[in-house]
Design a protein around this ligand. Structure first.
Ligand SMILES: C[C@](O)(C(=O)O)[C@H](CC(=O)O)C(=O)O
Length: 258
């Protein structure tokens, strides 16, 4: 999952308030999608970054980066995280235009990308209107429906039932408005896709904060005595053995001993 909130936080040091641009999102998407091509990447496309032509440009850029799916929402371009208050929406017609533009760009590219329609309208318009927006988006060609900021399990169950057979996605954000559900609970409600967009960022943030505090207070962060948790673990996770093996098979001799 390429999170817009996480990309804003890590690249701009800013909250998820619509400051991130297509170029920055696309750069991150390209890196993530190329890490392991067998793993499909869902990328946040926010509002599509403008009118129909900008939406089309966004879709084409993500397709070129081998992104598997994108979610496009109905907030105004000056958007905010879906779990904050006072979100503003574009009209239902403008939302459908965004989705239609995305599907047209996908069809024109002749390549496969899953279009996930996200509505942020539950907060201000209520459940019936939000479901209505998702149904219109599906009619315009969206493959998956995403009701953002679900407040209760009952709402989750209803959206899945009323959108069927279109698969629905649920977004779990620690500290957000949606109850934290397990994969099994989400599946029991009828969801087919579940994202935890800021889980990894939260874990990294908490552990970096903890070691930074320790370093500041004690002047030292002790290394693990058993050799795990160090830089070699990270190099190995990044494929150091595979690199050495490739180098040797190609006839190289520089990576025999690392
Ligand atoms: C899904 C989301 O768009 C994202 O940026 O990952 C965010 C997540 C978040 O802010 O925690 C969202 O608006 O829900």
């Amino acid at each position: 999952m390429l999170t817009g909130a996480g990309t804003s936080a890590s690249r701009l040091g800013s909250p998820d308030l619509g400051l991130i641009t297509l170029s920055e999102m696309h750069a991150n998407a390209s890196i993530l999608a190329s890490l392991d091509r067998s793993v499909p990447l869902i990328a946040d496309a926010d509002t599509g970054f403008g009118g129909p032509l900008s939406v089309a440009r966004t879709v084409t850029a993500y397709i070129d980066s081998n992104v598997a799916a994108i979610h496009l929402e109905d907030q105004v371009v000056n958007k905010r995280c879906g779990h904050l208050q006072s979100k503003q929406l574009v009209s239902g017609e403008e939302f459908v235009t965004r989705i239609r533009a995305a599907c047209m760009a996908r069809d024109a590219a002749g390549r496969d990308i899953v279009i996930i329609a996200r509505t942020d309208s539950l907060q201000s318009l209520g459940l019936d209107a939000a479901i209505d927006r998702l149904q219109s988006a599906v009619k315009a060609g969206a493959d998956v429906a995403f009701l953002e900021g679900i407040l209760t399990e009952e709402q989750g169950k209803r959206v899945c039932a009323q959108l069927a057979p279109t698969p629905c996605l649920i977004n779990i954000v620690a500290g957000g408005v949606t109850p934290i559900l397990s994969a099994q609970q989400a599946s029991d409600l009828g969801f087919k896709i579940m994202i935890w967009p800021i889980m990894a960022l939260t874990a990294v943030y908490n552990s970096v904060q903890s070691v930074m505090k320790e370093l500041k207070e004690t002047g030292l962060v002790a290394a693990d005595t058993n050799g795990s948790g160090g830089i070699r673990d990270i190099f190995n996770a990044c494929g150091m053995r595979e690199c050495a093996d490739f180098d040797a098979r190609a006839g190289g001799s520089a990576l025999g001993r690392l």
